[in-house]
Ligand binder design. Structure first.
Ligand code: TYD
Ligand code: MG
Length: 457
């Protein structure tokens, strides 16, 4: 059957198709971005009148999984432990990974360290589409990453990158950044949604067909012309965010998507004058700052498979004017309000006439319900102005009926706490596991036992 030809209009920014020319693209809100696009309409459902017959297409044979031969794939391990563990124990050959984060957060620096370490065992090509080779060299000299096997290019045309890699078949290809790469055939600018999709798709095929691991960087973009990492998330194997959210200026690498590992895995680095350094003992950093003052309680959160020991701090003071304030940072706002309401209901403490300030020390963030017990104790400790025993860790969820419930991952968290000599442990009565030094609690009424000389305000 002859293919039917028709004229459509295609957005040069996001490849949105429309039969009529439009001034503003409904896909990406870009103005004046449509150009004529001649397409051959060859696809139609089989069996319909006038459709192409099924003989035109190749008939595929389906197989059962038993007959599929699998080969053990050896991961590409860099030796930088914080990176290797976040990507799932090394990079899987043939995977396409995205490293993203705000501009200037340290993506290029981290990748240069990783590329340099990988170059000891593998062939690594580094395409710096954003910076000139002199700029890359000055960074490499500064952070002492000058391995001879690590080869660089400032090529930004994706066709040339693909041809080079297909010919030389390196083990790992790094592209910094994808927003500056472009297909010379496409008319849209580098960094637009259409370019980002097309270049990433081509790189995905390069990775899969040649078993080359490809790592691309992508800046997080605010509103505007450039497309960001969200455009890529669905098509790549792994997405890793490099963030800086605490006050020690630690760079946190977090896996958001990983087909070959767990998500929410964390790696810690610190940016120094000589590049990125691994921070393997983050908990000793966090605990160094903990205090025995009223309102401070330790808790633990499980990020991926890694337990973090954090301090919850609360300040409760009588409200001076009008509506009581709730200022909460690093924790879920609603959780803290809920815990305060539970305590008010069962312990008759008038939190509704007090301002409440709660935060996680150091500026880290957590969302889990396992923080309920620590929040409750921090609030009560500040309210009664009495500290808990030094280095007390509390893990438990509060139910609306005032019961204290067990939490997931307590075993790993408490093992980490014991490593740091934290033995004052408060957990739910029904929490699994044997912890000889732990005090087990059933309901919120028992919390008052920790503040013996109660003075009602
Ligand atoms: P960079 O890796 O270029 O960030 P990105 O690729 O995410 O845009 O890092 C840029 C910042 O890091 C810049 O502000 C300088 C700082 N920096 C250091 O503090 N120490 C170093 O050793 C290097 C190389 C950079
Ligand atoms: Mg960079």
């Amino acid at each position: 059957m002859a293919a039917k030809s028709s004229i459509t209009f295609k957005c040069t920014e996001c490849a949105y198709l429309t039969p009529k020319w439009l001034g503003c693209c409904p896909g990406c809100n870009q103005w004046n971005s449509f150009s004529e696009n001649s397409v051959s309409a060859t696809f139609s459902l089989p069996g319909k009148k006038g459709s192409s017959s099924s003989q035109e297409h190749k008939v595929v044979e389906l197989v059962s999984l038993d007959s599929v031969v699998t080969t053990q794939q050896e991961r590409l391990v860099s030796g930088i432990h914080e990176w290797d563990s976040v990507v799932g124990g090394g990079i899987m050959p043939g995977s396409l990974l995205v490293l993203t984060g705000d501009p200037g957060i340290g993506k290029s620096t981290l990748l240069l360290h990783i590329a340099n370490s990988l170059a000891s065992h593998y062939r690594v090509f580094y395409f710096s589409s954003e910076e000139s080779l002199e700029q890359v060299k000055s960074r490499a000299v500064r952070i002492k990453t000058m391995h001879n096997n690590l080869l660089f290019s400032d090529q930004a045309t994706i066709e040339s990158i693909l041809a080079t890699c297909q010919k030389s078949k390196p083990d790992i290809v790094i592209i910094d950044s994808i927003q500056n790469c472009f297909f010379s055939q496409t008319h849209s600018f580098p960094g637009t949604i259409a370019q980002l999709r097309e270049t990433s798709f081509a790189l995905m095929r390069l990775a899969k067909e040649n078993r080359i691991a490809v790592i691309i960087t992508c800046h997080i973009t605010k509103e505007g012309f450039m497309a960001g990492p969200k455009t890529l998330e669905h098509m790549v194997d792994g997405v890793f965010y490099l963030q800086c959210e605490d006050r020690w200026n630690t760079r946190i690498l977090r896996s958001i998507k990983n087909r070959f590992g767990t998500i929410n895995e964390l790696g810690f680095f610190s940016m120094t004058a000589d590049g990125m350094e691994e921070v393997s003992h983050i908990n000793s950093y966090l605990l160094d700052e903990s205090s025995d003052a009223p309102g401070a309680v330790l808790m633990s959160t499980l990020e991926g498979s890694r337990p973090l020991l954090l301090e919850v701090q609360a300040l409760v003071i009588p409200t001076k004017f009008g509506i009581p304030q709730r200022v909460i940072t690093g924790l879920d706002h609603k959780r803290v309000i809920l815990v305060a309401a539970i305590l008010e209901k069962y312990l008759h403490i008038k939190f509704s006439a007090h301002d409440i300030f709660v935060k996680i020390a150091g500026g880290l963030k957590m969302q889990e319900s396992s923080s309920d017990l620590a929040i409750a104790l921090a609030l009560l400790s500040s309210y009664f102005q009495k500290p808990l025993a030094p280095k007390t860790i509390a893990l438990g969820e509060l139910s609306l009926t005032g019961m204290i419930k067990p939490v997931r991952g307590a075993e790993v968290s408490l093992k980490e706490a014991l490593k740091f000599g934290i033995t004052n442990i408060l957990i739910a009565q029904t929490q699994n596991g044997s912890y000889p030094t732990a005090k087990r609690l059933k309901n919120v009424y028992q919390l008052l036992e920790f503040f013996p000389h109660e003075e009602q305000r």
